[in-house]
Write a protein that binds this ligand. Structure first.
Ligand code: ZN
Ligand code: ZN
Length: 352
């Protein structure tokens, strides 16, 4: 084992502070990565504060972070995919049972025995896994992704959660050239949804509650922007969409969006509002519409997403911060005061 520098929370009410943890020495299939950037995901904040205690109680100390990009420094003897010096990335998963039907289908995100990058039981050292707010991490090569070398690495980090979370449902629901796609909520997830839908050559419409996001939506790749409070504008789009990505995590009414879908249209939720959403049955029955949700993606699809980003020059729009600003960043995240994702420059951890 070796000591790694981290920022960790000691309890649900304490702020993140500089500390050290133990990591395993790389075993024969492991890759050790020096972390260059780690994105800040809303899940980090929820878990640091133990806000998901009923389904996923937080083990402390908690070292969050599952949008990790860095450089390989050591590899185990049996590692084939990576060598020292390569760029590498790690997302929300660091292991799974590899034997269940989900794993065999390459859908590790549905494995009942998956190991999350942080706050999951650690098979190697006991306790919980520790995430990417750290100077390094050790992960089995099967869960380590290759990174296109020409992309901006600070903007690559958020692809590992926000990126795959929006890319995966678009592929599943067959977003292609000529399809009409809506994106609701222009935050960390939504802004990636706009970029992907545009790169997939769909006609992209962003729905926003305030018209002041219009310019930004167009810059990110939207073909049109509709203010969702404008009932007339909403009615004009009724029945015309193939797919809508709902990336809103606050409580909201989805029925007006169901009404926008055409025959066999689908709306997929990727945000997680606190309370159950009421759904009018006829909104689904007419035109055989469907409502679904989607979590991250499997390892093969995540690699496919990164390769797609390489071909289309897609990265997240980020505000790069030193790790010392992470608590302030959490406060701003709660106010949606970021365009569109924080990415921590992990070189700043060297100053601790
Ligand atoms: Zn995340
Ligand atoms: Zn499995």
């Amino acid at each position: 084992m070796y000591h790694a520098k981290v920022y960790s929370a000691a309890s649900a009410t304490s702020s993140l502070k500089s500390s050290t943890i133990l990591r395993r020495e790389p075993t024969e299939h492991d890759v050790q990565i020096d972390i260059l950037f780690c994105g800040i995901c809303h899940s980090d904040l929820h878990q640091v504060r133990n806000e998901w205690k009923s389904t996923m109680p937080t083990g402390y100390p908690c070292v969050p972070g599952h949008e990790i990009v860095g450089r390989v420094t050591r590899v185990g003897a049996a590692v084939k995919k990576f060598k020292s010096g390569d760029l590498a990335a790690v997302g929300c998963l660091v292991d799974s049972d590899r034997t269940c039907s989900e794993c065999q289908a390459g859908l590790e995100q549905f494995c009942p025995n998956m190991t999350l990058t942080y706050n999951s039981p650690d098979k190697h050292l006991g306790g919980v896994t520790y995430g990417g707010y750290s100077d390094s991490i050790v992960v089995d090569e099967r869960f380590v992704l290759r990174v296109p070398s020409h992309l901006n690495l600070a903007g690559v980090a958020p692809l590992l959660c926000a990126g795959i979370t929006t890319y995966s449902p678009m592929r599943h629901w067959n977003v292609t050239k000529g399809k009409k796609v809506g994106v609701v909520g222009l935050g960390g997830l939504g802004h990636m949804g706009v970029k992907f839908a545009r790169a997939l050559e769909a006609h992209v419409v962003v729905f926003t509650t305030s018209s002041n996001k219009k310019e930004d939506a167009l810059r990110l790749g939207a073909n049109e922007v509709v203010v969702s409070r404008d009932a007339e504008a909403m009615q004009k789009c009724a029945g015309s969409f193939d797919f809508i990505l709902d990336a809103v995590s606050a409580d909201h009414d989805i029925n007006p969006y169901l009404n926008l879908l055409g025959r066999d249209g689908n709306i997929t939720l990727v945000g997680a509002p606190e309370h159950p959403l009421p759904v009018a049955a006829f909104g689904l029955i007419f035109r055989r519409r469907s409502l679904s949700g989607s979590p991250i993606g499997g390892i093969a699809e995540t690699q496919g997403m990164l390769d797609f980003c390489g071909r289309h020059n897609i990265t997240a729009d980020v505000e790069v911060i030193p790790i010392q600003m992470v608590n302030e960043a959490y406060d701003r995240l709660l106010k949606s005061d970021v365009k569109y994702r924080f990415s921590i420059d992990m070189a700043s951890l060297g100053h601790e």
